[in-house]
Design a protein around this ligand. Structure first.
Ligand code: ADP
Length: 466
């Protein structure tokens, strides 16, 4: 599908003179909130840097030279905790005042570890030592930054306040108005220059802080891939548990029935019972084959091998075919009417014909299965400007809000004993959702317990293809 973006219409703009443009940009720095936040950071850099230095060096020296070893260790530990607290504070200040995006100081650790292990991990993390160096470097930087900010800002601000104060307190006089030009105007220029210089210093320091205070990109990537591997491993283990659990019942049933048919002649059931047992065995075997198909489909989805051939497809024939295929059986076997409620002609969407038919079949089959005799299942298609919706509604049992949150999860069944009667393993909806999402759409459900449910397939709308 190609969509053409409208050509941007050129609005006639009065040609701005480059000189006035430059002056505007030069002075704009005075009204930017970021300039004042940067200045605040630089002005407080010296007192903060001094505090960090005194506490860290003081703590380390006291710890190292304390006569009693235990107290000395306690001092070192307290210094380490203080350093961590200072690093956290600095990170917040850099983010808030300098507007720099700093990665987290440490990566979340889900393992439960002893305090000793935590301390060892903390000492082994490079960012711990990097942040310590940062805190110590902050003192010389603070001397430079605070002095620079003070020297640049104080005269400029005084030069602006002086004439304004004179007019306010002494009334407008020729001399006072003259002061507005000198030093007033000059001070405004001075303030703009100061902010430009201070902003540049803040930018450089902000970049340095982001490198020193946050974990490195490499560490973050290692952590992210480890987390992903753990999640995949957990879901694989869960899948194996669930599959084993699901296989147990049908296999036990098949085994019991086949064993009973292999008993000595005298103990074997009569012909009618034998046939019943064979039928049960056939049904269970088919269920197992279906389960294996579903599992294969999920495995393909997990390894991103699920092939969905997306193209523009017309919905009418697909919906019609599914309804026609399922309606007679539903009426004969379950006295449930399946009907096509609304099908505006010529609705096209992006999707895969076979996969969409598979999803629709699943939804309509569920609707039939979970609707008591005499109920109605209706399918409705509607379209908006860029989306198309297929709704499958039933007048069945409905689903509670608590269950509705989980029904798209693998192996989730609202009532496993009832679901077992209907033959499901709780995989149908999770597969249906994977398929619809692979078509670039979404699958959701709404329900009123006791009244019925509606499942919504939403797909991207497409132009009819020739
Ligand atoms: P199953 O193969 O067990 O039907 P699904 O993934 O298709 O598995 O559905 C999960 C659960 O959602 C079902 O066990 C059933 O309890 C509930 N469910 C699905 N469709 C409906 C419906 N139309 N009405 C009521 N409950 C439904």
């Amino acid at each position: 599908m190609e969509s053409t973006a409208p050509e941007p219409t050129a609005t006639p703009v009065a040609p701005a003179s480059p000189a006035s443009d430059w002056v505007k940009r030069f002075l704009h720095v005075i009204i930017e909130p970021r300039s004042y936040l940067n200045a605040l950071y630089l002005l407080t850099a010296l007192p903060l840097g001094l505090t960090y230095f005194v506490v860290l060096i003081g703590g380390a020296v006291t710890g190292a030279f304390t006569g009693i070893i235990l107290i000395g260790l306690l001092f070192l530990l307290a210094t380490l905790v203080a350093a961590w607290g200072f690093a956290l504070l600095e990170r917040e200040l850099v983010i808030l005042l300098l507007g720099v995006n700093v990665p987290p100081l440490s990566l979340p650790n889900t393992e439960l570890v002893t305090p000793w292990r935590m301390l060892v991990n903390h000492l082994r993390t490079p960012s711990t030592w990097r942040s310590m160096v940062y805190l110590l470097v902050k003192l010389p930087f603070g001397i430079f930054a605070t002095v620079l900010a003070g020297v640049m800002l104080v005269p400029s601000i005084a030069g602006i306040l002086f004439p304004v104060g004179r007019i306010v307190f002494e009334g407008p006089s020729v001399e006072a108005i003259g002061n507005l030009i000198f030093p007033g105007a000059l001070a405004v220029v001075g303030l703009a220059v100061s902010f430009h210089v201070l902003n540049a210093v803040a930018r450089i320091w902000g970049r340095f802080a982001a490198d020193m205070l946050g974990v490195s990109e490499e560490q973050r990537q290692v952590w992210e891939s480890r987390r992903r591997a753990e999640t995949a491993d957990r879901s694989r283990r869960e899948l194996i548990m669930n599959v084993s659990h699901e296989l147990r019942t049908p296999i036990a049933s098949i085994q019991a029935h086949v064993d009973s048919l292999l008993l000595p002649e005298a103990d074997r059931p009569d012909a009618a019972e034998t046939e019943r047992r064979l039928r049960v065995t056939a049904v269970e075997t088919r269920r197992l084959a279906d389960l294996i198909e579903d599992l294969l489909m999920l495995a393909r989805a997990d390894s991103e091998e699920l092939k969905v051939a997306n193209r523009a497809i017309e919905l009418g024939p697909i919906v019609d075919q599914v309804v026609q295929a399922l309606a007679p059986l539903a009426l004969n076997e379950r006295k449930v009417t399946v009907k096509l409620d609304e099908m505006p002609a010529g609705i096209w969407a992006i999707g895969d014909v076979d996969r969409l038919a598979q999803v629709l079949t699943n939804l309509v089959r569920n609707a039939i299965n979970y609707t008591p005799e005499g109920g109605v299942v209706s399918v409705r298609v509607s379209g908006s400007a860029d989306h198309v919706q297929i709704a499958v509604s039933d007048t069945g049992l409905g689903i509670t809000a608590a269950d509705l949150e989980h029904i798209f999860e693998r192996f989730y069944r609202v009532d496993s004993s009832r679901a077992r009667d209907t033959g499901g393993f709780g995989l149908g909806l999770s597969i249906a959702r994977e398929l619809v999402e692979a078509m670039g759409g979404s699958l959701s459900a709404t329900s009123q317990p006791g009244l019925g449910s509606t499942f919504w397939i939403s797909l991207r709308r497409a132009e009819p293809s020739q």
